[in-house]
Design a protein around this ligand. Sequence first.
Ligand code: R5P
Length: 303
Amino acid sequence: MSNIEKFLIIGSASQILGVKIAYELGIECIDTEFKTFPDGENYLRINLEDETILEGKEVIIVQSTGPSVRNDQNAQLFELLMMIDAVKRIGAKKIIVIVPYLAYARQDKIFRPGETTFIRTLLRIINSMEIDEFYVVDLHEPKVLKEMTCKTINIDSMKLLAEYIKDLGAKDIVVLSPDKGAVERSKTFAKHFGNNVPVKIFEKERCKKTGEIKMTGSFNLQNKDVVIPDDIIATGGTMATAISLAKQNGANKVYAITTHALLLKNAKYRILKAGADEIIGTDSIDNEVCKVSLAKAIIDYLK
Ligand code: R5P
């Protein structure tokens, strides 16, 4: 770690994770004051009286952009931009921005004419704010980070999630990839349980217009504990469909694992009703399934 004094600014969407990181690093943390004006505009201030304490210092900003505290990920995203803007204006010497869950990450390619690859533009906007380092966790398509010229790091949370499953005492594990896009992640994840843990892949088709999912796959999962890792659980459609299929194939226990448990609408109900024994997420999103902390993985990079 460098010798410059450090401060950690914790955004509204990363209160649990932010405090853990600050505590582990032994540095001072500062929260933010935020609200929405009657016209819908966002307001944000770093919660300090003497802003000169940040002048010439290294400032770490932690703010996820999932639909956490304000149930509005656009508001969380604006808070992030406003936090960077404030710290920049005050004159921090080095700015490290940690966005565990980055909203719009799934808008990385064109599916239908007239769409936008907005994640790329968003990254260019953040990059234009002249930050020094940008960290994300299990980004949906890591290649998009090439839009930035600052140092970027995509942190892998799979080891931490696998450790949680090991502690549960899961036996005869099969890792199941809910679609082809998740295969590499599933393979990496499986290696944390040993070299011979099988990875099975379901075929998923999603209707580009309605978002409706069709999934197929037939394997012998009798007496197997099945672990299904995905980067994001949003509406729960992908996970619930994969769990139902795993159960039809004879799975014993089924664990729904994700880095970013957005759990929108009735996702929890769908996943548990499909037969999941447990939903396990990280503190990328502050909610009731955040059982695994990303703090250790993030601190390893900050050090
Ligand atoms: C898709 O490619 C992602 O990796 C996730 O599988 C997807 O975003 C999950 O969305 P939902 O929970 O709405 O099915």
